[in-house]
Design a protein around this ligand. Structure first.
Ligand code: 1HE
Length: 266
């Protein structure tokens, strides 16, 4: 893939490898990786460009003990924004998170510590979430006199359902460990490092043909926005393209000649 040196980033760090796995690291640990306006702009730039630079999978992880403390409350307080100014801020958050969710490249979020407010909105724009034992999830917006503005009403509600999301926002309820896993806030809950597990998942996903991953990490989300009839039609078009690609032909040839691995429970 192309070089990552050309990005001019203050709040994110990028680390790439020869297999096209890119680590996007939230790098404001002194502020618990709170999302100020500049960080959102950097996320937009990074997730606009990485898919076209040949990234095969992304691990989104954080420096410090906490994944992300959400909206930068200090900046928000200092700016004393008017309603329409904050609406424009929200549009930039949506731009960043839509670039992630619809970008066609698998994004695996490695979670730890606080994944709260806008931090949970960021995590929910990834395709896979890996939590460690320190990870906890909350939507403290109600307590702060705020409302979600980065897509939680869509993505967090998708993960946990409307009723749980409303309860989280009304009461500030914190989910962690097994309970967080059971309600769907993360797909993996591990004893070791979520960074290591996320890298492992990214490497596995990167072995799929890029066209298959494009469909998985873009089409499914688009189809959720369509009527069932339109989604079924779009699915057939996507499958027509993906399921006839040369890479799929090679893999099916291996299945037919019995050299491909079988699907086994362990
Ligand atoms: C911050 C932020 C922040 C920390 N904005 N600066 N999010 C929240 O309501 C969560 C707010 N944060 C916390 O509850 C705690 O900071 C943590 C549990 C995440 C971490 O606690 P701790 O004891 O490790 O750190 P701390 O002492 O609270 O904070 C360390 C520094 O990080 C401190 O800065 P300093 O200059 O005084 O050293 C804090 O000010 C700073 N910091 N969190 C700004 N969020 C699109 S709408 C989305 C709406 C929301 O996201 S609402 C949820 C907001």
């Amino acid at each position: 893939m192309e070089k990552l040196d050309n990005f001019d980033l203050e709040n994110l760090t990028l680390i790439g490898d020869e297999d096209g796995i890119v680590q996007v690291v939230l790098s404001r640990p002194a502020k618990r990786n709170a999302l100020n306006a500049d960080t959102i702009e950097e996320l937009i730039e990074v997730f606009s460009k990485l898919p076209r630079m040949g990234a095969r999978a992304v691990v989104l992880r954080a420096e410090g003990d906490h994944f992300c403390a959400g909206l930068d409350l200090v900046e928000h307080h200092n700016e004393q924004r008017r309603p329409e100014e904050f609406m424009h801020i929200c549009l930039r958050w949506h731009e960043a998170f839509n670039k992630m969710e619809y970008g066609g490249v698998p994004i695996i979020a490695a979670l730890k510590g606080a994944v709260v407010g806008g931090g949970l909105e960021l995590a929910s724009a990834a395709h896979v979430r890996v939590a460690d034992q320190s990870t906890y999830f909350a939507l403290p917006e109600g307590q702060r006199g705020l409302f979600t503005g980065g897509g939680a009403t869509i993505r967090v509600a998708d993960l946990v359902g409307k009723a749980r999301m409303i309860d989280m926002m009304l009461t500030g309820r914190v989910y962690k460990q097994q309970e967080a896993f059971q309600v769907g806030l993360c797909q993996y809950l591990i004893d070791g490092s979520s960074d290591d597990k996320a890298m492992e998942i990214a490497r596995t996903a990167a072995e799929n043909p890029a066209l298959s991953n494009f469909a998985i990490c873009s089409a499914i989300s688009h189809m959720q926005n369509m009527s069932a009839m339109d989604a079924a039609y779009a699915e057939s078009v996507m499958a027509g393209i993906v399921n006839t690609q040369p890479a799929s032909n090679e893999r099916l040839e291996a299945f037919v000649n019995k050299s491909a691995p079988r699907v086994r429970p362990d």
